[in-house]
Ligand binder design. Sequence first.
Ligand SMILES: *Cc1c(COP(=O)(O)O)cnc(C)c1O
Ligand SMILES: [Zn+2]
Length: 410
Amino acid sequence: MPPESLRCKECKTTYALDARYVCERCFGPLEVAYAPRSQVDPAALRRRVQAGPHSLWRYTDFLPVQTPRGTLAAGWTPLLRADRLAEQLGLRELWIKNDAANPTHSFKDRVVSVALARARELGFGTIACASTGNLANAVAAHAAAAGLESYVFIPSNLEEQKVLATGVYGTNLVRVRGNYDDVNRLCTELSAEHEWAFVNINMRPYYAEGSKTLAFETIEQLGFEMPDRVVCPIASGSLFTKIARGFEEWLEVGLVKGRVPTFNGAQATGCSPVASAFAAGQDFCRPVKPDTIAKSLAIGNPADGPYALDLARRTGGAIDAVSDEEIREGIRLLAQTTGIFTETAGGVTVAVLSKLAQRGDIDPDERVVAYITGDGLKTLDCVRGTFEACEIEPTLASFEAASERVPAVA
Ligand SMILES: *Cc1c(COP(=O)(O)O)cnc(C)c1O
Ligand SMILES: [Zn+2]
């Protein structure tokens, strides 16, 4: 089922599979279109997938690359059953897809793997990106592994941990005085000036395909069954909509039975253009100026906002927003019930999951999957001051004296 063309999502005009992302006729976004899959034998396809490597390259049949490569194997992250968290929320079957377990500790390793492989096929020698943080880490690391030059553009107010964990790979790191939307605008201009593969601009159709692998893995790890509901964070809306596309593709080829799950999107109140449009019943997003601790989700003008709105509505889901304080509580709740320490984006997801459970939106018998997309070690500041430790002399007496003051678990 090789990729056939790039196709406009709006007017369906097709283009060759090169580095372009916007329709010349209507300015709609382009996506990868594949040859029809009606002829495939699902049993043979399933055997081929299962015989593949333990990385996203086991799904090459569904990706727009002919020669998968890359030594940093992204994907095949754990899907963990979270019974203690489920019990707290009054749910029966809850799973955590822990994508912090990727090489640079976020789901961005998936999208970068695919964009970079396609960029090399197209002959690019330099990789670049506009990043809210995690993409910077992934581009710098994967470019280093491939021996390619890279340019990484970030907003100057990014978390220190994300800046350090990018610079270490020896990339050309550029801090831009502005927010992500300013960085993205600058990079769009730069992509017209330089022969660079901007993974999330001129390579965006290929980049986006990488997120489908989260759906494929979820199905495989559930024993070739579907979840009933998924909860997933939204920045540009690419991840959210492409997970749905992954489920749809495997339903189409007969690798799994059932229906597309209910899709719940998660945003931070301080940057919630998609959640606001959902609440207002609109099918477009009004751009906002982000102000939230969830910096990896701080995109004020989300490219895939309209498609995310449509997906939530047609699957009977919703898009909700949570405050910075609820995000911190979500991080603690996940850590204290599952042992997984997630970054602020994961806090957004868990806080929205709690909100849905409290609101009674989730039937207790549903099988729910929550996507944890990044690692808590990258946003350490937001847990600072949320607990105490007592300090003692290295003697028994000192411990006994202090022990009634040892802080109890909150
Ligand atoms: C980039 C990112 C997302 C979602 O990004 P989209 O632009 O919506 O695809 C979610 N979580 C984390 C941690 C991210 O870095
Ligand atoms: Zn078009």
